[in-house]
Design a protein around this ligand. Structure first.
Ligand code: IPE
Ligand code: IPE
Ligand code: MG
Length: 246
């Protein structure tokens, strides 16, 4: 990808809600509540900037380890936001999709997700992927299990299993979505936290101290500008990349 390009696929680890609230003397849950509005704004800004796919990490498989009240509130916020926002997102041309382990979710959450997918299936402006009950290691293990089942059933032979075959079985591959171009993490931590481990192989990483409730158009543009200035080499030399983009 040439310098100055807009990333096709942006992913965001929306982190820092709890600390944002604690700094204000509020309960952690107030931070989660304040984290809903920036989702709406970020979707709009990404669509305006020409991003094709935006994947948001809403709840990790490891987040089930949090106190039950916090898990319950996060699920309720997710369910409420889906109920409230889907019509509007649909009108904006956004297609909603989900990745993660649905078997870990409550039936009403699964039903709301299916409804949102169905309602927005014909939209093409921006694909919004929400990762819920998602873990990168779970994703790779589940894909491997499906490939192994195929080998046992005789629909493929082990020699067919390479990076492409595995990528097609991963959550993003199953939805026909491209690998990640730009990874953004808010909230100050510099780690991946078991997000899209495989699909981040050649993503550009951008970490910001801005907490998710404060993330806005300006903060997104900083990340996009940083991305535009990077040279992506995918293993080649800088000279090779420059020659090819001439
Ligand atoms: C991100 O904010 C939201 C989820 C992980 C669900 P946190 O709740 O992790 O906020 P901090 O990192 O504790 O500040
Ligand atoms: C990652 O944030 C998951 C989400 C933002 C949904 P965490 O707050 O759970 O990550 P750790 O625990 O600090 O690594
Ligand atoms: Mg956190």
């Amino acid at each position: 990808m040439a310098a100055g390009a807009v990333p096709r696929h942006v992913v965001i680890v929306m982190d820092g809600n709890g600390r944002w609230a604690q700094r204000r003397g509020l309960p952690r849950t107030a931070g989660h509540q304040a984290g809903v509005a920036p989702v709406r704004a970020t979707v709009q800004h990404c669509a305006q900037r020409g991003v094709e796919v935006l994947t948001l990490f809403a709840f990790s498989s490891e987040n089930f380890r949090r106190p039950p009240q916090e898990v319950g509130l996060l699920m309720k916020l997710f369910l409420d936001a889906l109920g409230r926002e889907v019509a509007e997102l649909g009108e904006q041309g956004v297609r909603l999709r989900f990745i993660g382990d649905r078997s870990a979710l409550a039936p009403e959450v699964i039903a709301a997700m299916k409804k949102a997918e169905k309602r927005t299936v014909n939209n093409t402006r921006l694909q919004l992927v929400i990762a819920v009950a998602y873990g990168g290691q779970w994703d790779i293990a589940a894909a491997t299990r499906r490939l192994a089942a195929g080998a046992v059933a005789g629909t493929l032979v082990p020699a067919d299993i390479g990076p492409e075959a595995l990528a097609r079985e991963l959550e993003l591959g199953r939805l026909g979505l491209p690998d990640v171009d730009l990874f953004i993490r808010t909230g100050g931590e510099r780690r991946i936290s078991n997000f899209l481990l495989w699909n981040l192989a050649y993503a550009e990483l951008f970490f910001t101290d801005v907490a998710w409730p404060d993330f806005n158009e300006q903060a997104l543009d900083l990340a996009l500008a940083d991305f535009a200035g990077r040279q992506r080499r995918h293993g080649r030399t800088g000279d090779q990349v420059e020659t090819e983009s001439c």
